[in-house]
Design a protein around this ligand. Structure first.
Ligand code: SF4
Length: 509
């Protein structure tokens, strides 16, 4: 019988969560660096460069890769010869869920590297932040032996939001379903990343397999080199090839690499069913694997920084924009896919602020902030530490703000928006009608972006915390023109162009 102190599990979970908040898995960096080298789409290459530079900065600075530090997913394989105990050997006072949550609390409230608390209780009602990112989602399996195998992941909300499930007919094509579904996911899952696919079992088993498959290291190139043997392996290679041929590219800008790997787990299922689940993992791929054997907490060794390519961010020819003087006529000259460096005062606000603004507009109340000819950044940053102006502050998914966009443009005089991923048809039409623009920052480059923010002051809606309205002073903040004043969306033109180009470009090594 192995005795494992409950505090050892708490410490192990806390240490792992801090570790994955600033260290990408090495396999992700190695494979992203290779994809960066072979990328031919300038916009996608620029996005990949930002993700790689951001990742190295986070590894060096021990600050989060992304402002969304995720919902904690923990998979425990508990040996049947394990007994949890207090330090004095007494029965544990906490359940397994409580032990893991204690580790989550300790990690997310760490004063040296506080992580953003994103979990809301009463999801269909008050949606109140639990303030320590608990509860986590814990999956436990009882296995033979005297050890506890732990997999810890922090899953971003943007990629989790694109999870898909279908109960196919047994005669339906799995590959066809994937190829039909991936384009509907847009770019809010911050590619390049991975697709986790669960085939078979039952509805909930397929979803769990899809999530669990994402915990394995990226190894598709090895699989391609040795040749697939099982049905699952054949699907991996075929889907990897065909999804990349869609030309979606990094951040949906169009390019050669959309996925760095495709994982497939399968299980037997009922003769009448073919359940399939697909969950993407984003540019902030974060997971770690540890084992407790009763000898104390387990910690991971810091990786060698030699793994990260030494890149510097230098967008040659990028246009500098002064946000304090920019006019609608000037913004109308910006081209889709063009990289801009923003300077000056940038407002912030996301879901809750937009909801409050539109409620005030509908009641005919005066807004606390003048939006005329200003730009708003959809962001919810991590709290700053030490001499930081702001913690990691990357963009959030803009489509969530689509339903507010027409009213914002029509009634406040807002000139532009900065967020991540594509806009929907109604928002694009409103942008075209009002001669506004939509700019895209790179999801998964949050620490890099935060370094361009030189000042921050709160302007309104104090009670909304990180969702309130701030005014940032930015210097050379990199963005890409995603919808121009004529309503041309780079998320439509980019993938369409690269899908055609890929047809004549060999992309598999
Ligand atoms: S990289 Fe994108 S999807 Fe992933 S956590 Fe960050 S913002 Fe969310």
């Amino acid at each position: 019988m192995t005795v494992i102190r409950q505090q050892d599990l708490v410490e192990t979970i806390a240490g792992a969560l801090q570790y994955i908040s600033y260290y990408h898995p090495q396999d992700y960096i190695v494979n992203l660096a290779k994809a960066y080298e072979k990328e031919e789409s300038p916009a996608a290459k620029d996005a990949m460069a930002q993700i790689l530079i951001n990742s190295r900065m986070c590894a060096e600075g021990h600050r989060p890769i992304c402002q969304d530090t995720g919902v904690v997913n923990v998979f425990l394989k508990v040996g049947m010869e394990v007994r949890f105990a207090e330090p004095d050997g007494a029965s544990p006072s906490l359940s397994l869920q409580e032990m893991v949550d204690e580790g989550v609390r300790k990690a997310y409230l760490d004063p040296d590297n506080p992580l953003r608390a994103s979990m809301l209780a009463d999801p269909a009602g008050a949606r109140k932040n639990t303030r320590d990112n608990t509860p986590s989602v814990v999956t436990v399996e009882l296995v033979p032996g005297g050890e506890v195998e732990i997999t810890v992941a922090a899953k971003g909300g943007g990629s989790e939001a694109k999870s898909k499930f279908a109960m196919l007919n047994p005669s339906d094509s799995i590959v066809e379903w994937v190829l039909k579904t991936v384009p509907t996911m847009g770019a809010g899952w911050c590619p390049p990343g991975m697709l986790g696919i669960g085939i078979g079992g039952t509805a909930e088993k397929a979803m769990l397999m899809a999530k669990q498959s994402l915990m394995d290291p990226i190894d598709i190139q090895d699989l391609i080199a040795r040749g697939p043997k099982t049905t699952a392996e054949k699907f991996r290679v075929e889907i990897y090839d065909k999804v990349n041929n869609l030309g979606i590219g990094a951040q949906g800008l169009g390019g050669l690499t959309t996925v760095l790997d495709v994982k497939v787990l399968d299980a037997p299922c009922h003769a009448a069913n073919l359940p399939i689940a697909m969950i993407p993992n984003c540019a902030a791929t974060r997971h770690a694997h540890l084992v407790l054997d009763g000898s104390g907490p387990a910690y991971l060794d810091p990786p060698s920084l030699e793994v990260w390519p030494k890149l510097s961010y230098n967008p040659v020819g990028a246009r500098r924009v002064n946000l304090d003087t920019v006019t609608r006529a000037e913004a109308a000259t910006w081209k889709p896919g063009e990289v801009l460096l923003l300077n000056g005062k940038l407002l912030t606000g996301r879901d809750a602020a937009h909801k409050r603004i539109t409620e005030m507009l509908n009641r005919g109340e005066k807004l606390p902030v003048d939006f005329r000819d200003r730009f708003i950044y959809y962001v919810g940053p991590v709290d700053p530490v030490r001499d930081e102006v702001i913690g990691p502050a990357g963009p959030t998914t803009s489509t969530r703000m689509d339903k507010f966009t027409r009213q914002m443009l029509a009634e406040t005089g807002l000139l532009g928006m900065v967020g991540k991923a594509e806009r929907g048809p109604a928002a694009i039409e409103a942008i075209r009608e009002f001669g506004a623009v939509y700019l895209m920052a790179v999801g998964g480059a949050a620490y890099l972006v935060s370094k361009a923010i030189k000042g921050s002051r709160r302007l309104a809606f104090d009670d909304l915390g990180m969702e309130g309205i701030y005014e940032f002073e930015v210097k050379d903040m990199p963005v890409t023109v995603a919808v121009d004043a004529k309503g041309t969306s780079v998320h439509q033109t980019g993938p369409a162009e690269w899908q055609q180009r890929i047809a004549g470009v060999p992309i598999l090594q």
